[in-house]
Design a protein around this ligand. Structure first.
Ligand SMILES: Cc1cc2nc3c(=O)[nH]c(=O)nc-3n(C[C@H](O)[C@H](O)[C@H](O)COP(=O)(O)OP(=O)(O)OC[C@H]3O[C@@H](n4cnc5c(N)ncnc54)[C@H](O)[C@@H]3O)c2cc1C
Length: 408
């Protein structure tokens, strides 16, 4: 089945990029995925391939050495990677967001001419590092409190000093910890009262003095993301480290909500992979297993039909939501994005569950990829700020209350 392309794939360039991701996935990432999972180690070899294929510069403008992909294209490419290696797709999301948010998103936001000029200059350098130096960016914003849910200012603070900032704080679940060259840190400018409006987005070099990675990493799924804890103690970064001008991240979070949907494509890919596995397995075509066909039983056919329906429902919402993405979406478009995120994250694990139930006991042996997909799929609905719970919270409120309405 065509995993990434569809009627929504309108350009040849999109099809080429999806095929590029698909060929890397099929020929290289799928086979390696078990190793990263078993060892909970970072997929460095996959990142060598992402650099060599230039996919690491997917959303960097063409005139600066990238593919110039937009939001929807990123989502389809990411879903294709997720089909073969969840941990690679999820970490690829963190990296690409550093270019997507500073690129096509920032272009849509209001800035003064001075801010725009400074931003364009700074991001040019940041893109150069990715294109020429092969730099990889992480995106740690979770802290264990209310900040990652978008309900409180980040507790990691940046004090303004001459020529830059001094950072102090802690980030949990920092995917790519120890592997990234830069950490795209969301933090709050230190003032007498911390405010979300003062959120800063700073590129902290991994080798800056005062940066350390601590703790172990032995989770249920997405083990190759190596999401350990990041500590920053009196870390100095220059003004040039600002990935967005002051106040612009806050503007982006309220005006470009689909920016928080970028994790979902990974799980769209896993959902597809669970279906792909089931078909191959029931046809007796799974490498490494005896050629025993199980497709002739009506119960299997019904189960596969139900999986197909669920997959199509999920994909339809995914494609609709990513084609909605823009600055200042309507209330319906914003709500559809929550609905899509919720559906993808919940249905990925349901498809994994159905795949195991339908294929049976031998299918969940660790010699086959399904049990890894089952564990990886479980992680999607936990990702802040749009966890499954918070999507439902937001949908319920936005359906029943107009902006500013209360019951008091
Ligand atoms: C494999 C993996 C990789 C990750 N990589 C990254 C990364 O690279 N960068 C990063 O920043 N984070 C990352 N995360 C973290 C992730 O985005 C969440 O922050 C994390 O899973 C939250 O866990 P918690 O136990 O601290 O959640 P808690 O904050 O304890 O929340 C538990 C649940 O309560 C609900 N909840 C939370 N806050 C509120 C609230 N204010 N109101 C109502 N309900 C609320 C949510 O539904 C949430 O799922 C990763 C997580 C995983 C599992």
């Amino acid at each position: 089945m065509d995993g990434g392309a569809s009627a929504f794939t309108t350009t040849e360039k999109q099809r080429e990029l999806i095929e590029l991701a698909g060929s890397l996935g099929r020929e290289k990432f799928a086979e390696r995925a078990a190793k990263w999972d078993r060892e909970a180690s970072f997929p460095f070899a996959n990142y060598d391939d992402l650099r060599a294929s230039k996919l690491s510069a997917l959303c960097i403008p063409v005139d600066q050495g990238g593919f110039g992909a937009d939001f929807a294209t990123y989502c389809m490419v990411s879903a294709e990677l997720g089909r073969y290696c969840g941990a690679t797709a999820l970490t690829f999301n963190m990296h690409v967001c550093s270019t997507l948010w500073t690129g096509v998103l920032a272009d849509d936001l209001d800035m003064t001419p001075q801010q725009r000029e400074t931003h364009n200059r700074r991001r040019r350098e940041h893109y150069r590092r990715i294109v020429e130096d092969g730099a990889i960016y992480a995106q740690p914003f979770s802290e264990g409190g209310d900040a990652a849910a978008g309900k409180a200012p980040f507790g990691t603070v940046a004090r303004k000093v001459d020529g830059g900032y001094i950072l102090n704080g802690k980030k949990i679940f920092a995917s790519l910890s120890g592997a990234a060259n830069y950490y795209g840190i969301l933090c709050t400018e230190e003032k007498p009262k911390l405010s979300r409006a003062d959120t800063l987005y700073l590129a902290v070099p991994a080798d800056a003095e005062g940066v350390s990675v601590v703790g172990d990493w032995d989770p249920l799924g997405m083990r190759g993301t190596v999401s350990r804890t990041l500590l920053m103690k009196d870390v100095f970064v220059a003004d040039e480290a600002e990935l967005m001008p002051q106040g612009i991240y806050f503007q982006a979070a309220s005006r470009w909500p689909h920016m928080f949907m970028t994790l979902a494509p990974t799980y769209m890919g896993i959902a597809q992979a669970c279906y792909d596995f089931t078909i191959q397995y029931l046809r007796g075509e799974m490498p490494g297993t005896p050629p025993v066909k199980r497709r002739m039983y009506p119960t299997k056919q019904i189960a596969v039909a139900e999986m197909f329906v669920k997959l199509q429902q999920t994909r339809a919402l995914f494609l609709h939501a990513i084609s909605d993405a823009k600055v200042d979406p309507t209330s319906e478009e914003r709500m559809r994005a929550y609905a899509a995120q919720y559906t993808i994250m919940e249905n990925a694990q349901d498809l994994a569950r159905l795949a195991v139930r339908t294929c049976g006991g031998q299918s969940m042996l660790k010699t086959l990829p399904l049990e890894r997909m089952y564990r990886d799929a479980r992680c999607g609905s936990l990702m802040l700020p749009w966890t499954a719970e918070l999507c439902i919270d937001r949908l319920g409120r936005e359906a029943l209350y107009k902006p500013g309405e209360t019951d008091e």
